[in-house]
Design a protein around this ligand. Structure first.
Ligand code: 3PG
Length: 213
């Protein structure tokens, strides 16, 4: 897959809903009902972070949920890419980008939403052909004003800001011309997961899915 193909695929994904839930799953039994709740609430694109021992099994379970598009977050190495694809991930997300990781995703036909935090990082990804990028860590990097400023000289890159985004600031990002959607963990809080409060998660997803862009 070329970087241009990956960018087209990621743009289409980012346009499916205003928010991509970033999911940290500790119990694989939560995977399926969580995915069903988020999809039912209007958030079909789901990022499962590869930070817990059950993450790959969670992707396998969630990939069975109709209407969902499940990806793997925190891809750092080619081994992560292979494991994510084997588990059924349809896209990948990484906090930054290296040539090794980009090579691996392109070879595996896995669209990578690669992270950039500075103008130079965004330019390096753009030079390779990636016009859709993750802005990470969004709030710690200066938030929406910083992303707006990067967009002025580099308008051809569109972003999915992630990291510190919540209902308090999400509209600041979604109102920017260079933002397609936002990523965030607030739609699947640990307390609701542990309590199995799937209706609560449907409600949070509905609220996020209704955000204007
Ligand atoms: C992460 O690193 O877990 C993601 O960027 C999500 O960040 P958040 O928990 O601040 O939404």
């Amino acid at each position: 897959m070329t970087p241009q193909d990956a960018s087209r695929a990621n743009e289409a994904l980012c346009l499916l809903a205003p928010v991509i839930p970033v999911l940290v799953i500790d119990d694989v039994a939560h995977a399926r009902p969580l995915a069903e709740a988020l999809v039912a609430g209007g958030l079909p694109v789901l990022e499962v972070t590869l930070r817990t021992p059950v993450a790959l099994d969670a992707i396998r379970e969630m990939a069975k949920v109709e209407g969902g598009v499940v990806g793997a977050g925190t891809l750092l190495t080619p081994a992560d890419v292979t494991a994510a694809v084997e588990a059924g991930a349809k896209f990948g997300v990484s906090p930054g980008a290296t040539d090794t990781l980009l090579d691996a995703c392109e070879a595996a036909d896995l669209p990578l939403l690669a992270g950039a935090a500075t103008a130079s990082e965004a330019m390096a990804l753009l030079e390779r052909g990636y016009t859709v990028q993750k802005f990470f860590p969004a709030e710690a990097n200066g938030g929406a004003p910083a992303l707006k400023a990067i967009g002025a000289p580099i308008p051809q890159v569109k972003f999915c800001p992630t990291g510190g985004v919540s209902m308090k600031n999400v509209n600041d990002y979604l109102s920017l011309k260079n933002v397609l959607c936002c990523g965030g963990s607030w739609v699947a809080p640990k307390e609701l997961l542990q309590a199995g409060d799937w209706d609560g998660i449907v409600a949070l997803a509905r609220e996020a899915a209704a955000l204007p862009r």
